[in-house]
Design a protein around this ligand. Structure first.
Ligand SMILES: Nc1ncnc2c1ncn2[C@@H]1O[C@H](COP(=O)(O)OP(=O)(O)OP(=O)(O)O)[C@@H](O)[C@H]1O
Ligand SMILES: [Zn+2]
Length: 676
């Protein structure tokens, strides 16, 4: 019997590729990109074949045979393997840890029989979310700017990164759909990947795609699919049946053999960055993938990230602009600042905002109140001794959740009953301080007992399907006032909304994080952009955005009032350039966690001193802003370089040394961190 040597990537930390022996006739060897079952330690696991060869450094008595090769699955392509290898290399993680989670769990755990059954089912079904048999709805005639953008995207050949900079409500979706139609019409196999930042945005876009392309197989990939669904949709993409693949960031690692176009909607959104494990940026990987496949990639936003804005400015990305709202007679809302020093808020609302809400209710129009803080009150305190509801396990306050009468830590999930009297002095006068969405809702119900009020936040939408049901009722006009967190702020096309009230945005003005103003500005522009998306009636007034603030003179607010993304972004970029911050600088962050802060800091000090380097700045270790989470102390060390290749080379050598440092800390490295 002849043997070949399979190099197999396993989902293990550290080194993740291992050699196994496999008996096979010459010419009938397994292929790279196939899954194989092997024994590892005391377990049997499924790994990914990354190479098939005839030699190994493993001594013969140590070399194990692979157990089975899943030959019924089409191998993952060389392009896909290259993507996984790039991501592993760039983010400094083992290949197996990147590649295997990219493959649905069921493909890794199912028996061969069960797998065969699933593949047959798919062949019968198309994808489970298969083609609908409706007839296509009419495509609206595009306006001039939309037409130019559509043709530029649809007609782009080769690697073409495009920034589609279109104001809120400018009809970017329509541009995506019609550009998709061009690409699909040109190539009977073409696949298109569309990414959205949040799972809540998939149903709206899924509906649009299904209506526009009946008969076409659409696959969706996001974290709330069951394992069974996930496998079917993944296979539909992998086997080329699905022509449009709609998903959240994890879909960037889908196997798409005929990928011809990638669309990243709301490209500025921080949700594209994974915050644990492999801390990748789906947007950045999308651009890499497009370059590797020589296809166009569209980054769409009304508030592009400074990175993309910078690339557009230096002409690395092509910039397409939509300056007007798409619906005829719809215009951008008028933004006004309400000075909370002059018009003191009652129950969190200034009299001006209350009057505006009342007017909307009378006119039968919808309002949205945006407050990025869930719960009833961020903290409770004792008025006598100053006790404050701190989490015993985190550097954070326990948030009051009134419906459940609980104090809850949003970081470690600790839950306590609300104390009847102060735990330190026994006083009964303990009171909530500040307000979250629940408290605003309570105040509104008292003010407007007849109004239909709906709160949408992570607490009100815990049940599967409840978020969608809530959004549907807003679209059906069953809600007068919607209160919500960032869940409602982006992407949604609320047609009947004519007033947006923004409560309490000031805290973000003075954050130490240099990205805070970019984020706050984007968030305010996005939430403001939910208003006035439909045509005004005859004589109808312009819709309004009212921002309650104590800092009416702040330049950030002036830019929001002027809808002036261009100028604001350009000035922020100039500040970044002068301060040598991204995108003019490349960063990585080493984080360490330990029971005691000193241990974490000591590890980071050793890390700082263990490698001589040129062109690399290693800053001093510091505790993270929220130092303690769930009884673990956290510290970080920032690494910077003005050369990406230099940083990459340094990190590789450095990691090898870090692994040898004897320490009790848990550490992780993040490349291109967003939160510092
Ligand atoms: N050419 C057109 N004619 C008429 N209506 C249009 C046209 N294009 C788009 N629309 C409508 O304009 C509205 C806004 O479009 P869309 O939701 O795509 O905006 P957007 O650019 O994605 O905005 P945002 O950045 O706020 O998500 C939608 O109701 C859409 O149906
Ligand atoms: Zn906690």
């Amino acid at each position: 019997m002849a043997y070949c040597i399979l190099t197999i990537a396993l989902d293990t930390p550290l080194n993740s590729c291992f050699d196994y022996r496999w008996p096979c006739a010459p010419g009938a060897e397994p292929l790279a990109g196939q899954l194989a079952q092997v024994s590892f330690g005391h377990r049997e696991v499924v790994g990914l074949i990354v190479n098939v060869g005839d030699r190994t450094d493993v001594p013969a008595d140590k070399l194990k045979d692979a157990i089975a090769v899943r030959s019924q699955l089409t191998p993952l392509s060389g392009d896909w393997l290259a993507l996984a290898a790039f991501a592993a290399d760039y983010y400094q993680r083992p290949l197996g840890e990147v590649a295997l989670p990219g493959v649905p769990k069921n493909l890794r755990v199912l028996t061969t029989v069960a797998l065969d059954r699933a593949i047959k089912k798919l062949a019968k079904l198309g994808a489970s979310g298969a083609a609908s048999d409706a007839t296509a709805i009419d495509t609206p005639p595009l306006n001039g700017a939309q037409q130019i953008a559509t043709d530029a995207i649809g007609g782009a050949v080769g690697f073409t990164p495009i920034l589609l900079y279109g104001v809120t409500g400018s009809g970017k979706t329509e541009v995506y759909l019609q550009a998709c139609a061009q690409v699909l019409a040109r190539d009977a196999n073409a696949q298109i990947l569309i990414l959205v930042p949040e799972i809540n945005l998939t149903p709206q876009l899924e509906g649009n795609i299904r209506a526009r392309f009946p008969g076409l197989t659409l696959a969706t990939l996001h974290s709330s699919l069951s394992e069974g669904e996930r496998m079917l949709h993944w296979l539909a993409a992998h086997q080329g049946q699905a022509r449009i693949i709609l998903g959240t960031r994890l879909a960037i690692l889908a196997s798409l053999p005929h990928l011809q176009l990638i669309v990243i909607d709301e490209e500025h959104d921080p949700s594209y960055k994974q915050q644990e494990g492999l801390r990748y940026s789906a947007r950045d990987l999308a651009v890499w993938r497009a370059r590797q496949l020589a296809i166009p990639v569209v980054l769409g936003s009304a508030t592009p990230s400074l990175e993309s804005w910078h690339h557009a400015g230096s002409r690395r990305y092509r910039k397409l602009e939509l300056r007007e709202r798409a619906v005829k007679d719809a215009v951008l809302p008028r933004v006004k600042l309400l000075d909370m020093e002059k018009d003191k808020p009652k129950d969190g609302l200034t009299s001006h905002l209350v009057a505006a809400l009342r007017q909307r209710i009378e006119r039968g129009e919808q309002s949205l109140l945006f407050l990025n803080r869930r719960g009833y009150a961020p903290v409770i305190t004792c008025e006598t001794c100053g006790w404050i509801s701190e989490c015993t396990r985190c550097t954070a306050f326990m948030v009051l959740h009134k419906p459940e009468s609980r104090l809850r830590c949003h970081h470690c999930s600790l839950e306590l009953r609300i104390p009847r009297n102060c735990p330190t002095c026994g006083n009964v006068d303990i009171a909530p301080l500040g307000r979250g969405t629940q408290r605003v809702e309570e105040g509104l119900r008292e003010l407007f007992p007849q109004a239909r009020i709906l709160r949408i936040d992570a607490d009100s939408t815990r049940k599967k399907g409840s978020a969608q049901a809530a959004f549907d009722s807003v679209h059906r006009g069953e809600v007068d006032i919607l209160i919500g967190t960032q869940m409602v702020a982006k992407g949604h096309d609320f047609k009947q909304l004519t007033l947006v009230g923004i409560l309490n945005p000031d805290t973000a003005l003075f954050s130490h994080d240099y990205r805070a103003s970019e984020r706050l500005f984007a968030q305010l522009m996005q939430v403001a952009g939910r208003a006035g998306r439909a045509a005004r009636n005859e004589g109808g007034s312009v819709s309004e955005v009212l921002v309650q603030t104590r800092y009416v003179a702040h330049p950030l607010y002036a830019a929001v009032v002027g809808h002036d993304y261009d100028r604001f972004a350009t000035s922020l970029l100039e500040e970044r350039r002068q301060a040598a911050l991204p995108p003019y600088m490349y960063q990585a962050l080493l984080r360490a966690e330990a029971r005691e802060l000193a241990v974490a800091i000591e590890f980071l000090e050793q890390a700082r001193d263990c490698l001589a380097h040129q062109g690399i700045t290693l800053h001093d270790p510091i505790p993270m802003t929220m130092t303690r989470v769930h009884n673990v102390d956290r510290a970080q060390l920032l690494v910077e370089s003005c050369s990406r290749p230099a940083l990459q080379a340094f990190l590789k050598a450095w990691l090898a040394l870090l692994r040898d440092i004897k320490s009790r800390v848990k550490w992780s490295l993040e490349v291109d961190p967003l939160d510092i």
